[in-house]
Design a protein around this ligand. Structure first.
Ligand SMILES: *Cc1c(COP(=O)(O)O)cnc(C)c1O
Length: 490
């Protein structure tokens, strides 16, 4: 079934003199390129380009695209990343000329429809989060974290306070410490207790007048809602600090709990997770941030406002306290259009059902998986849970069974779950079915997982057995990718 064609480089398909186009004869006097361009803009040699026919190009890239997995082709239980189905209706609407062909330098008067959409999205996100001041600018969740921490820094500066520390639990996503550092803060890791909740004693030890922000992911990446969150926010607020909610897991609590109501002062959304935007190679994300009214003036500018007098929408530069732009123009607008469609399609009661179904699906999968893998944090979860393949390590002697199982899943046509995150669970496998999967799919996945867990160490260790690329060196691939063809790689 695999097409070996697709594993060749397009350069390897090249035949000298072959082409996919035929140009008409030139009907103006010919001039050499040297006469038209200055020497410093000219290359000494022609670029090495593949010479192929049109069908060869089409087949090459179409076949390449089938070597990958996607939510459109496979079940994709990637915990924390929320790989939910991307409704095609959203794609179609985002591609409408009236949205896709706008130029960001057009006059405000000529983009009233887009501004209205962005304005309403700000309002909807403000309502869903319980945090009314919104900026749509940040380009991803991590960027939202950074922007919000810059807002916090500006807020404290405005109050004449020096606060140097950002705290977050050990189950936090790696972007939390990275954002804290980039925003100029020192970062402190707070321990979790065995039950996965924040260790309040450890938090108390580190809280002080130098605490700027406590970042919490709730529900956490363990798929647990930390019911101490109100107490935590009181503790942090008592010290004059702010609470940041990492909103990557909002898929679990839409229409059920609002971060602003349980003590958060700032948060980001990941529309490419929670609101069905494509991501993971499928497109860029976005990271809108929502904050309390008192932090609002510091948000990145411009935001979109409505002028009652002229009955029109406009880009609002704010009152001079804004931290300024964090992204060119209005952010990744295409993703925001999709988020808008998703939210409007479901409506308030529909969003609540999304979360209820996501949580139900995760618990259903958990109820099966706990029979053959260890699930350290109990019998119930929110939208995701983390199983541990540590028992497989004991039984088989495999060094990294979570990785081996993940690779083996590819042979059975399933995308693996998130592995080795959070770091607090040994041989962790974080599974998030999402609300869009059927019982049959979840049953099939659980069956396969059970089969794999009982396979021989030999089979697991060398998996995957059926993919074009088997075990790439992931670190080198990420750090030193070869993106340019040279004769040497031939
Ligand atoms: C995905 C994720 C982020 C980062 O969001 P990006 O949009 O990928 O930058 C932060 N925290 C958690 C818990 C996440 O799952």
């Amino acid at each position: 079934m695999r097409n070996t064609h697709a594993t060749q480089l397009i350069f390897e398909l090249s035949t000298q003199g072959r082409t996919g186009v035929r140009l008409p004869d030139c009907d103006v006097p010919e001039q050499s390129i040297q006469q038209l361009l200055p020497d410093n803009l000219l290359q000494a040699d022609s670029p090495t380009l593949p010479e192929v026919t049109e069908p060869e190009v089409i087949r090459h890239f179409t076949n390449l695209s089938t070597l990958n997995m996607s939510v459109d082709t496979h079940y994709y239980p990637l915990g924390s990343c929320t790989m939910k189905y991307n409704p095609k209706r959203n794609e179609r609407i985002a591609a409408w000329d009236g949205f896709a062909q706008l130029h960001p330098y057009q006059s405000e008067a000529s983009i009233q429809g887009m501004l209205q959409l962005l304005f309403e999205l700000q309002q909807m996100l403000g309502e869903i989060s319980g945090l009314p001041a919104v900026s749509l600018q940040p380009a991803a969740g991590a960027h939202g974290e950074l922007a919000a921490l810059m807002v916090a820094a500006a807020y404290f500066k405005g109050r004449g306070e020096t606060r140097t520390k950002v705290l977050a639990p050990d189950s936090a996503h790696g972007t939390n410490p990275a954002s804290a550092r980039m925003a100029g803060f020192d970062f402190v890791t707070i321990k979790s207790k065995d039950d996965g909740r924040v260790d309040l004693d450890h938090l108390r030890e580190h809280l002080g007048s130098d605490t700027a922000v406590f970042m919490i992911t709730n529900p956490s990446t363990l798929g647990l809602f930390d019911d101490q969150v109100q107490e935590i926010s009181d503790m942090v607020h008592d010290q004059g600090g702010l609470i940041y909610l990492d909103g990557a897991n909002m898929n679990a609590i839409l229409g059920i709990a609002r971060p602003g109501d349980f003590g958060a002062d700032m948060m980001h959304f990941n529309p490419h997770k929670t609101f069905s935007g494509p991501h993971g190679g499928g497109g860029p994300g976005a990271g809108p941030i929502c904050v309390t009214d008192s932090l609002g003036p510091y948000l990145p500018s411009p935001t979109v406002s409505f002028c009652e007098q002229s009955q029109s929408y406009f880009l609002d530069a704010g009152d001079g306290q804004s931290i300024g732009r964090v992204r060119s123009f209005f952010g990744n607008v295409g993703v925001l259009v999709r988020a808008y469609c998703y939210i409007r399609t479901h409506g308030p009661d529909g969003l609540r059902r999304v979360s209820e179904t996501a949580v139900l699906n995760a618990n259903y999968l958990l109820s099966q998986v706990k029979d053959f893998l260890h699930v350290p944090h109990g019998d119930r979860c929110m939208h995701e849970f983390v199983a541990s393949a540590a028992p497989v390590k004991e039984a088989t002697g495999l060094k990294q069974p979570a990785m081996d199982i993940a690779k083996r899943l590819l042979d059975y046509g399933f995308h693996p779950p998130t592995v080795y995150f959070p770091l607090t669970v040994p041989e962790g496998m974080m599974m998030e079915p999402t609300e869009t999967e059927s019982k049959q799919t979840l049953d099939a996945f659980a069956d396969v997982l059970k089969t794999i867990v009982n396979e021989s160490a030999e089979t697991l260790e060398h998996a995957p057995h059926s993919t074009a690329i088997r075990r790439p060196d992931e670190v080198t691939a990420a750090r030193q990718p070869i993106v340019k063809w040279t004769e040497a790689t031939d």
